[in-house]
Design a protein around this ligand. Structure first.
Ligand SMILES: C[S@@+](CC[C@H](N)C(=O)[O-])C[C@H]1O[C@@H](n2cnc3c(N)ncnc32)[C@H](O)[C@@H]1O
Length: 207
């Protein structure tokens, strides 16, 4: 199995998994996420940027009339998001991009969303800083991810899983994006952590 060393390697990894992605998420969606997509997308307002949109699993949950832009690293994942948007009748601007270098001006969006992706973006601190930059003052950052568990034995399992998942899939299990949100100076307004602390979601406002 090839190691993931560059952003191109990661892009190809996600290209190879695009076809199976929705199916592979079925169990987690039902058993772990507890309505997190609805929680996140239902809070989005105005000009919305979704970072690492994947196959577009959040799209159906945005409020009617959301002015939606999405970026994604993998062309194959993006293709699926575009088909999903078309089948939902959404007029969304979905394009290729890198979460670590967002191709938008400062203060361009009212809401920035990122779900279950900061676990695999190579530099998640940089990605959060970029999300904060493109958010207008008063705008809201909405994040959800699987994070380091509060349970000792699950943390041990997560540490063991990372021995293979980080080098071969670029996947981290022990990150805490909330720390980068606080470091970026955003104010956490809502915060939820459940399933033995493994799922974390938050809404944070830019001052
Ligand atoms: C686990 S999937 C999550 C997809 C979607 N956000 C969801 O909630 O189902 C992770 C996604 O992050 C994307 N990704 C990884 N690194 C990225 C980067 N640097 N910039 C943009 N997208 C990235 C991958 O291509 C993949 O589609």
């Amino acid at each position: 199995m090839p190691r993931i060393r560059t952003l191109d390697d990661l892009r190809h990894w996600w290209d190879r998994h695009a076809e199976d992605y929705d199916r592979s998420m079925t169990w987690a969606e039902r058993r772990l996420f507890d309505g997190t997509r609805e929680w996140i997308a239902g809070r989005a307002r105005g000009r919305v940027l979704e970072v690492a949109v994947g196959t577009g699993l959040n799209l159906e949950h945005y409020p009617d009339g959301a002015d939606l832009t999405g970026i994604e690293l993998s062309p194959r994942m993006l293709e699926r998001a575009k088909s999903r948007a078309a089948s939902l009748g959404l007029d969304a601007d979905l394009r290729l991009g890198d979460a670590q270098r967002l191709d938008f001006g400062d203060s361009s969006f009212d809401t920035v969303v990122c779900t279950f992706s900061l676990c695999c973006v190579p530099d998640e601190a940089k990605a959060v800083a970029e999300m904060a930059r493109v958010l207008r003052p008063g705008g809201v950052l909405l994040l959800a991810d699987h994070v380091e568990s509060t349970s000792l034995w699950l943390r041990a399992l997560q540490r063991a899983a990372e021995i293979g998942s980080v080098p071969f899939a670029g996947e981290h299990f022990r990150r805490r994006p909330i720390r980068h949100v606080e470091a970026a100076g955003l104010n956490i307004e809502e915060h939820d952590r459940f399933k033995r602390g493994m799922i974390e979601r938050l809404a944070a406002r830019k001052p």
